[in-house]
Design a protein around this ligand. Structure first.
Ligand SMILES: [Zn+2]
Length: 96
């Protein structure tokens, strides 16, 4: 559910500001928006989603990045734990 921040130009996610329009910019979709960063419309669906998320939860972009890092860390940890559990039961099976 967390947006990754890709390095491609048009998927850049700007910070949510009070003038943000919760819609994707029509110019950007068609031929690229001249206003770039000063445009109040989202320039990608990802950007729009990030804004909606920030609006709904009050989460900052920094927190989003931290949260997604924690999320991946948890996934890694649970994957390692499963391996350990399997290993332990394997040994127990041999001993008893
Ligand atoms: Zn625009």
């Amino acid at each position: 559910m967390w947006c990754v921040l890709p390095k491609v130009r048009y998927s850049k996610v700007r910070l949510l500001h009070p003038l943000c329009q919760f819609d994707v910019c029509r110019h950007e979709v068609r031929y690229g928006c001249q206003r770039e960063d000063s445009c109040s419309f989202a320039h990608s669906v990802i950007e729009l989603k990030c804004w909606v998320l920030q609006q709904d939860t009050g989460i900052t972009q920094e927190e989003m990045v931290q949260e997604s890092k924690r999320h991946w860390h948890r996934l890694e940890q649970s994957a390692q734990k499963q391996k350990l559990d399997l290993g332990a039961s394997g040994i127990a099976g041999e001993v008893f």
